[in-house]
Design a protein around this ligand. Structure first.
Ligand code: SIN
Ligand code: FE
Length: 290
């Protein structure tokens, strides 16, 4: 397998970064590597360290999320000043992550989407298989059609003492080639109906249906989960990483206290658009998917 993890020695959140390093970053990211920043830590103030507690979550959702446009935070048990403090920490993280992505990568129009805080130990969670992120999967959003746009995620391990452990799987094209023939066709009218019922924000494209099916089929296949090629990565406390999670098969095995910022971007922004999942799936299926 090609090198899955690429270390970049950034030690500051603001550039300017070296041109050779930037060229390497975009090439590695787009070919499906995880960019690992071992020396880049997101620091918490003493007051913010109080948020390193599973009880700041409401116990229902996996993650606490912040919408950067409205400033609205969801799924936290905190209220009043404490809630404001947590939202401010997430906002500071999201802003720094966005600044870094803008400085490091050549993309002109990257949309900053949700910021999340993940304060619950991954290991002990119990969920249905489809929502269990301890199983290898690619990311696809059930209610937010992407229509081919990319999902790029920036993570920080802010746990004081524990690594966040992942498995990272085979290249997207190998995975898609094996799973595409197994994906059931979707009944006509489904995307229209889901949109009308408000299940989705806008209509799912064939691409969205396919990505969701690939996500679900992979998680439900225990043979694939056990036997497909994968590599373990332990992200130590005080580091960050960046990855196209719609392309890179990943599973979170363990760890507590991570922050994450999601970005969306058009395939046309990419240096090598042919590497986008939509392009790979269109090539393999011989169909236009949006
Ligand atoms: C995921 O995106 O599947 C979970 C990653 C994590 O929380 O470490
Ligand atoms: Fe995921």
């Amino acid at each position: 397998m090609p090198e899955i993890i690429e270390s970049l020695p950034l030690d500051g959140w603001t550039g300017p970064y070296d041109a050779a390093l930037k060229a390497r970053a975009v090439a590695d990211l787009e070919r499906g590597a995880v960019l690992f920043f071992p020396k880049l830590a997101f620091s918490l103030s003493d007051a913010e360290k109080k948020f390193l507690d599973a009880k700041v979550a409401d116990g229902k959702a996996k993650n606490i999320s912040l919408d950067p446009a409205s400033g609205k935070m969801q799924a936290s048990s905190l209220t009043g000043e404490k809630a404001q403090g947590l939202a401010a920490m997430m906002e500071r993280f999201g802003g720094q992550a966005a600044g870094l992505v803008q400085e490091l990568l050549p993309y002109r129009a990257v949309e900053r989407a949700r910021t999340s805080f993940r304060p619950v130990q991954v290991k002990g969670r119990s969920y249905s298989k489809i929502s269990d992120d301890r199983l290898l999967h690619i990311d696809a959003f059930p209610s937010r059609p992407m229509r081919g746009r990319r999902i790029l995620r920036f993570f920080a391990n802010v746990a004081p003492g524990a690594a966040r452990s992942w498995h990272v799987g085979e290249p997207f094209e190998d995975f898609a080639r094996a799973f595409l023939p197994r994906v059931e066709p979707h009944w006509p009218g489904k995307s229209w109906l889901y949109d009308k019922l408000g299940v989705t924000h806008g209509r799912r494209s064939l691409y969205d249906e396919l990505m969701l099916s690939l996500h679900d089929t992979a998680k439900l296949d225990s043979g694939f989960q056990e036997n497909s090629p994968h590599q373990r990565i332990d992200f130590p406390p005080g580091c960050c990483w960046l990855v196209f999670t719609d392309q890179v098969l990943h599973a979170a095995l363990g760890g507590e206290f991570a922050l994450e910022q999601t970005f969306h971007l058009d395939v046309s922004e990419m240096a090598e658009p042919e590497r986008a999942p939509i392009k790979v799936l269109e090539r393999l299926s011989g169909k236009s998917l949006v």
